[in-house]
Write a protein that binds this ligand. Sequence first.
Ligand code: FMN
Length: 320
Amino acid sequence: MSAPITALAPMQDVTDLAFMRTLARIDSLPDLFVTAYFRSTPTTCAIAEANLRCIEENQTGVPILAQLAGSEAAPLMRDAERLLQLPIAGINLNAGCPSPLVNRHGAGAGLLRDLPALRACLQGLRSVVPAGKFSVKCRTGWTTASEFPTILAEIAAAEPDMAMVHGRTRQDLYKPGTVQPETAQLAVNTLNCPVLGNGDITTLQQAHDWLNQVTPAGVMIGRGAVQNPYIFRQLHGGAAPTTDDMRRYFAVLTEETDRILHTKRTQAGHCNRMKKYLAFCYGYFTPEQEYALRRCTNISDMQRILSGVTLSADSDKPVK
Ligand SMILES: Cc1cc2nc3c(=O)[nH]c(=O)nc-3n(C[C@H](O)[C@H](O)[C@H](O)COP(=O)(O)O)c2cc1C
């Protein structure tokens, strides 16, 4: 059996170019990146500059999928063809985003409660995306996971080349304790393609549990990878992070954030960008440090606090 695939989950404004470059510099790369979604509507494809940069300036060597969110086949097909001109490894359809703004227009998880629209989008994209390059990222239903078998039948009919299953429904949002790995198991049994499991994987042990019991083809990790970016190194057989590793992570992330901001950089802007990542890392800090980090508007002050991070003895535990 081939080695499981490790993928970084797309997170708008978080798993950006600076974060991808940081993973490369700390030698903890996944096997696959996915951009945050490009919003595709009849009038326009919102070519978000930050997502484009992940594709065009991604010199990490890791293949990257461009993700599209939309509710109509024609615009999705148009934008997929456009994105396929770029150095991407494929197109990923977003059928999981729970944002009311996106769902109101039937996109993201909105596709899960409109099966004809889901079918049209899947079939349309399948018809323009070359073999080996089409994947779908989905939740397990709009309201309950009992919807998943019919959703899966639509996905199976489009014969995607890969699926990523976030084991929650739209109604679950991101509530702790709501991930149901067994629903991803259903996808493994139904689809004729690799299925990556996703949802609340924050430790090496949890990743191994998914791989051993649910999705042997691979795992996709989002918030857990921002909290512990060394999880990919660990999944490839490397060591758990030390305190020095975590200090290096925050130092490199600060440098790479500075680099992507470039001429747009201001002290407060740099701190605000850093807070997008730190939102998943406050568990490493004391309440006083967290308070100071949340209010920081000066990058030297932020660096001073970040460089004092200290790991507890057992770092393979969720910190929060
Ligand atoms: C801030 C944030 C932004 C996200 N943006 C996207 C996105 O653009 N596309 C997408 O498919 N999922 C997005 N997600 C969902 C994640 O990819 C992932 O499915 C979810 O966080 C569960 O995995 P995790 O527990 O490993 O983080 C986002 C999640 C968060 C928290």
